[in-house]
Ligand binder design. Structure first.
Ligand code: PLP
Length: 826
């Protein structure tokens, strides 16, 4: 830290415990007007967080000034989701104020854990995609990369999940109920966004051209969150837009005396950023969602362009200064919106504008599930964005002419590649628009990027092979090891130093320690401590006692058929049956820990939650079986809960049908925390296998390449008829063993599995999965051997740092250099 110069004597900046204490007390009194006699934990948390925030402001302003003065090239990371979780500990840790923070609180006999847990998770995302954006922001700041994240400031983030009688119930997540310490509102940077109306022909100096004449206008107000580098000076920004009614625009309504109508219009406008859509990997073509996407893109582009124009007067330099990364197709409207600005507002010729756009945009694909590729009904699209519709038609017709010239007469190819999908209702296909407009397209794990090139985007990869690349996802070690698992972090640092925190490849130095019994004992002790801590969480939330000596077998992620929580549930039923038949069967006790939300309208996923609860009800209350098996479903999976579960896991369940999970990042978090993976050859599991080798992972199941052929002749009924143990599992479900009070409730699951082809092939993989689980049991009994392999997993996790992923983006896609904040700045 080189804060001495600026800090001399100044409150709000002093990085010592006394300065922090003074400001903590100052904020209690003067920001919160709290009486020292009756302080609440909320007041303590708020005052403390303001005191911490003060300590990053200088660096934040300096970083942004330095970027501006140097007119640096910047990357803009556009994501409709940022699943950032809690921030207090991250700021304290990245500012390296941990010792001081703990001293200030302990001097006042305030519990650090209690204060930390007052903070509500900012759940502005669904799952992996949103969490990836958050990990990437942490890495970009730590690696000194000039970047800005853009998103929406939803009033309600991902819903809160309650479980009532074994079923998911959703409650609104009013995450800013108590205010939010970390955001800064920036009204002066507000922008206008327009919708609707018509495309009209106007006369410009005798030239007839198309322009947009919109009919509605709203205001986008930005709120900024600081992103502090670990131990460094760079403080980047995540800018989240909030919608506000434009009173000026509706002024005529007020004047005409239609006061109520005018206020109604205001309410509709402000509903725009009211709620995050809770669908993971699925889009329903809802009007409000398209409005959110355009609002987001329009605000963000205005902001990026204002930033660019402040320093540059030549539009042709835009690709030199600006690169826009699209986190999935959600922000793809950047392409037609930037075209519209260049054509209609800057009067640029088409070819020049298109050239600029194509140099500025990258597209990251996150899914191969066909139902998850975004398509908007053309009538809806044309009503909301008539001028953009025209521009998309023009992009499409030029593109299709180009394709025809390469493949004359290949009508089917044109149909597949067109942005406009024909059919009963024409649809606008956002992935095709992104593929055409982007300079680079990437998948998020090796196998996923191969599937993009060889399968779903094959036509495009044939046309432009160099456009396609891979960047395997990563996770930030600052949150997922240093913060979430302080015991393991300390043990690692004691043995190999702490360079791993910003260079995770250093973990390979742990490899020799996998054969060091002293180290293995300490490693085991840390895991046991974490398991005891999680057992307490389980006791407190479910009133369920679990044995920390049992294997903690963990499947935590969004509930989705492709992720196959049902496969693990079927295996648990199989174990239950074995124990009923043979009560003395010798297995190591296991605690199955599930956590995950289902999309509110996803009936099958919700039914799996109910089945897990039906199974746990029976098993956890069985007089003898409960001594060997326990099933815990922890409600409301979110970042802070992940931070409690993952450090305690022994076994990581990554059992999606091969070819369906793009990458996964939960798999990486669990590996980094010393869990062994049981998984299919899917997503990043393939690369985890490559890093740890055959002996240190449990791989089973169909391979992605074999799935299509296998599917042609696959008969789940054959499995049912020939494998009597599997038959027994399904018969128990049918006989309502897990639904005595609600008979028949699981019939739809049975129909999916047996009569409707078992699309995700649970029964095809169940036998090999069960046999592999038996090997897990055998290995866990050889404690040393298990721990040895767990250590090898930690030691091999270096590749899965988001720092490595961001370095690849910076080099292969962004052409972006680190920027050092000059030394005269704090
Ligand atoms: C990491 C993470 C995910 C993604 O988990 P996967 O297993 O990769 O699907 C989802 N939700 C939360 C809260 C996470 O932290």
């Amino acid at each position: 830290m080189t804060d001495k110069k600026v800090s001399a004597g100044q409150p709000r900046i002093r990085m010592d415990a006394d300065g922090l204490r003074d400001d903590f007390e100052w904020h209690l009194r003067y920001t919160l007007a709290a009486s020292p006699d009756e302080l609440t934990d909320l007041e303590r948390y708020l005052a403390f967080s303001f005191a911490i925030r003060d300590r990053l402001v200088e660096r934040w302003i300096n970083t942004q000034d330095a970027y501006r003065h140097a007119n640096v090239r910047q990357v803009y990371y556009l994501s409709l989701e940022f699943l950032i979780g809690r921030l207090l500990t991250t700021y304290v840790q990245n500012l390296q104020l941990e010792k001081e923070a703990k001293k200030v609180l302990s001097d006042k006999e305030i519990s650090w854990e209690k204060i930390r847990d007052v903070e509500t998770d900012a759940g502005l995302g669904n799952g992996g995609l949103g969490r990836l954006a958050a990990c990437f922001m942490d890495s970009m700041a730590t690696m000194k990369l000039p970047c800005m994240g853009y998103g929406l400031r939803y009033d309600y983030g991902i819903f809160k999940q309650k479980i009532v009688n074994g079923a998911q119930v959703e409650e609104p997540d009013n995450w800013r109920r108590n205010g939010y310490s970390w955001e800064i509102k920036r009204p002066k940077l507000s922008v206008h966004v327009q919708f609707g109306g018509q495309a009209v022909i106007v006369d410009i100096h005798g030239r007839k051209v198309w322009r947009w004449s919109p009919s509605e206008r709203v205001i986008g107000v930005p709120f900024d969150l600081p992103v502090v580098a670990y131990g460094g000076k760079n403080v980047n920004t995540v800018r989240l837009w909030s919608a506000q009614a434009d009173n000026e625009f509706d002024f005529e309504d007020f004047n005409r005396g239609s006061y109520i109508e005018a206020v109604e219009t205001k309410v509709i406008a402000e509903n725009l950023t009211k709620v995050l859509y809770p669908n993971d990997d699925n889009d329903q073509g809802k009007e409000l969602r398209l409005r959110q996407q355009y609002f987001f893109v329009a605000c963000t582009l205005r902001d990026i362009i204002r930033n660019f124009r402040a320093n540059n007067d030549d539009w042709r330099r835009l690709p030199e200064k600006v690169f826009i990364q699209l986190n999935d197709t959600h922000p793809t409207l950047v392409i037609p919106e930037l075209m519209r600005i260049l054509l209609d507002e800057e009067d640029m010729p088409w070819d020049d504008a298109w050239h600029i756009v194509c140099e500025c945009v990258g597209y990251t694909n996150h899914t191969v599930l066909p139902e998850a590729l975004e398509r908007w009904g053309l009538p809806l699209f044309a009503r909301m964005l008539p001028r953009h519709m025209q521009i998309i038609f023009e992009i499409n017709s030029r593109f299709l002419r180009f394709v025809s010239s390469h493949y004359p007469g290949d009508i089917n190819r044109l149909r597949r590649m067109s942005i406009i999908e024909e059919g009963n209702v024409q649809k606008v296909c956002m992935a095709n628009l992104a593929l055409i407009g982007a300079k680079k397209v990437n998948g998020v794990a090796k196998i996923h990027s191969e599937i993009l090139k060889n399968d779903i985007f094959r036509d495009f990869a044939e046309l432009w092979p160099d456009k396609f690349t891979n960047v395997t996802n990563g996770i930030t070690p600052r949150r997922w090891l240093l913060k979430a698992n302080p015991g393991l972090a300390a043990l690692i640092s004691k043995n190999i130093g702490n360079a791993w925190i910003s260079n995770l490849a250093e973990l390979k130095k742990l490899k020799p320690l996998a054969d060091d019994n002293g180290f293995l004992d300490e490693f085991y002790a840390v895991k046991q401590q974490n398991k005891v801590a999680l057992a307490k969480v389980i006791k407190d939330t479910l009133n369920l006692v679990v044995d920390p000596e049992s294997i903690f077998d963990v499947q935590v992620k969004r509930m989705h058929e492709y992720k196959r929580q049902l496969l693990l549930t079927l295996y648990i039923i199989m174990l239950y049956n074995r124990l009923v038949e043979n009560p003395g069967m010798d297995i190591h006790p296991r605690t199955f820990i599930f956590s995950g939300k289902s999309a509110p309208g996803y009936a099958t996923a919700k039914l799996v939650i109910r089945l897990i609860h039906g199974v746990s009800e029976l098993i956890n209350n069985h007089p003898s079986i409960r001594k060997k098996l326990t099933v815990a479903f922890l409600p409301d999976y979110r970042v802070s809960l992940a931070e409690a579960i993952i450090p305690a896991a022994n076994l990581s369940e990554q059992i999606s049908l091969a070819g369906t999970e793009a990458s996964g990042t939960g798999n990486m978090k669990l590996m980094l925390n010393g869990a062994l993976t049981i998984g299919t050859m899917d997503g990043a599991n393939v690369e985890i296998h490559e890093e740890v080798g055959d002996d240190n992972i449990f791989i089973f199941g169909l391979r992605a390449n074999d799935v299509p052929t296998f599917r042609r002749t696959y008969s789940p009924l054959d499995v049912y008829n020939h494998d009597l143990e599997i038959q027994h599992v399904l018969e128990n479900i049918r006989k309502n063993v897990f639904s005595m009070l609600t008979p028949g409730i699981f019939d739809p699951l049975l129909r999916n599995l047996l009569d409707q082809g078992d699309y995700y092939m649970h029964l095809a993989d169940l036998r090999e999965y069960a046999n592999t689980q038996d090997k897990v049991d055998a290995l866990y009994r050889k404690r040393r051997e298990w721990d040895r392999r767990a250590v090898i997993n930690v030691a091999s996790a270096g590749k899965f740092s988001s720092d490595r992923a961001i370095a690849e983006y910076a080099k292969n896609i962004w052409n972006l250099q680190p920027f050092d904040i000059p030394d005269d700045k704090p």
